[in-house]
Design a protein around this ligand. Structure first.
Ligand code: ATP
Ligand code: MG
Length: 443
């Protein structure tokens, strides 16, 4: 029999509920991940107790989703979602249930869940409750719906994207009928909120298999939520630098970069502007002049459409816009580029983006481009080690220093500082107050 090691705090919550006459189990993702030998992110608890009853038993709780029957029990600042057994009420075409009904039956609660591998519960007393063959599907590595796929996808269209997301996270296959149903119903994803789509898309792209976005494409999901991706899947690039279509190159590039939200999204968008600037010369070679700027604009549009936060959007757009820049092999040009990108952290990321992009290009050009990149990296390490000035904030003089020298406040001050920065980016040793004030006096 499966034994799941429940962390002490979650175990205590189960015990308290049970000692007070209620049923209680850990459920869903944590059971699935434990059985797979993965470390669960969080431990969700399902119980026959009503939210009011849960609140009476624990000193510290928060009403995080009370309309869906969820109370968060806090134990020393760690939160555990405790949800009353429920049946989801009417769905409004592919949206979240409008209302939920509580039930006394664990099996009814498990039945509302999306996939068999997510529909198992466990308690130390009762062992594993696996009514829908979740264990078998874990062994067979299958994403299978609880019930008929077309019904379940019809109730909540987001489940289609979740199916692909779990497949990519776990390396599982979509069971018979799942792919076909998605094909048929993918259009319903139009009715799902951007926030919910964003959350699943991010989990997919930061998974160990970001290139399984291809599965979302094959099922007709990206055509609805990311049609710009379908366009690059069809964009050829007959060009000595490239061995794949723009879309395939993008999928490989995503695999070549660490599993970080900003980095993976940057690779996803970095060439999306290519179809807009596509040109073929007399020799039959394809060109994409200025594609980075177009990709940047497109990335901004898409990220806003999917309601990404401003900081993520800013970083991704900056990296996309800079990705085709090749700094010259001089400390000056590397400093200038780091300044323009907007700092050390982003320049570190820019180098990862360049590496991932190069590694997804034609085998004939990879070696030479990597040699170049290694030199840039080397120069950059030096620049960082010397703590060279890379921004107005790091300049040895400030606007108030110039005003103290008798300059009138106004836009001219900003221009002067900018000129001093350009000098210092070229000659970092000149970043001293004496030198820069003397220089400003002559300007
Ligand atoms: P993760 O580790 O990514 O959090 P998870 O399985 O915990 O994976 P959640 O989105 O946190 O996924 O949902 C928790 C559980 O709630 C799922 O395991 C599943 O049983 C159920 N669930 C979540 N979303 C849906 C949905 N849209 N339709 C049906 N059941 C769902
Ligand atoms: Mg979860």
């Amino acid at each position: 029999m499966a034994i799941i090691e429940i962390p002490p705090k979650a175990g205590r919550i189960l015990r308290i509920l049970q000692e007070n006459g209620y049923e209680a189990y850990v459920v869903g993702g944590c059971v699935r991940d434990s059985l797979l030998g993965r470390r669960p992110e969080d431990w969700d608890i399902t119980t026959s107790a009503s939210p009011a009853q849960v609140k009476r038993l624990f000193a510290h709780t928060a009403d995080t989703g009370i309309q869906h029957g969820t109370v968060t029990v806090l134990d020393d600042h760690e939160g555990f979602e405790v949800t009353t057994y429920r049946i989801d009420g009417d769905y409004e075409d592919g949206r979240h249930p409008k209302q939920v009904t509580f039930t006394a039956s664990l099996i009814e609660d498990l039945k509302r869940r999306d996939f068999t591998i997510n529909a198992m519960a466990y308690s130390p007393e009762s062992g594993l409750v696996d009514e829908f063959g979740g264990m078998k599907d874990l062994k067979e590595r299958m994403i299978r719906c609880v019930g008929r796929p077309e019904e379940r996808f019809g109730e909540d269209a987001l489940r289609m994207l979740r199916a692909v997301r779990f497949a990519a996270q776990l390396g599982f296959e979509l069971a018979d009928g799942v792919k076909g149903s998605i094909h048929e119903l993918a259009d319903n994803l139009r009715m799902v909120s951007a926030e919910r789509i964003q959350a699943e898309l991010v989990k997919l792209v930061v998974s160990p298999r970001p290139h399984w976005l291809r599965l979302a494409y094959e099922c007709g999901i990206t055509a609805v939520i990311l049609p710009e991706f379908d366009r690059i899947m069809m964009q050829r690039q007959n060009n000595p630098h490239h061995a794949y279509s723009t879309g395939e190159h993008t999928l490989v590039a995503m695999q070549n970069i660490p599993a970080d939200k900003v980095l993976r999204l940057t690779m996803l968008f970095h060439d999306m502007g290519k179809p807009e600037v596509f040109e073929t010369d007399e020799a039959g070679i394809d060109h994409f002049h200025g594609h980075a700027a177009h990709s940047e604009i497109l990335a901004g549009k898409i990220l806003r459409r999917l309601k990404f936060d401003n900081e993520t959007t800013r970083q991704v757009c900056t990296l996309v816009g800079f990705h085709s820049r090749y700094p010259k092999l001089s400390a000056y040009d590397v400093r200038l580029c780091a300044y323009e990108i907007g700092g050390r952290e982003l320049f570190d990321r820019f180098l990862l983006v360049k590496r991932a992009d190069i590694l997804a290009q034609h085998p004939d050009v990879i070696g030479q481009k990597l040699d170049y990149l290694k030199e840039v990296e080397h120069i950059w390490q030096d620049v960082k080690a010397h703590e060279d000035c890379l921004s107005l904030g790091e300049l040895a003089v400030s606007g108030s220093d110039l005003i103290a020298e008798g300059r009138k406040p106004g836009p001219r001050i900003g221009e002067l500082l900018q000129a001093l920065l350009m000098e210092v980016l070229q000659y970092p040793e000149r970043n001293t107050k004496e030198y820069l004030l003397a220089m400003s006096r002559e300007m």
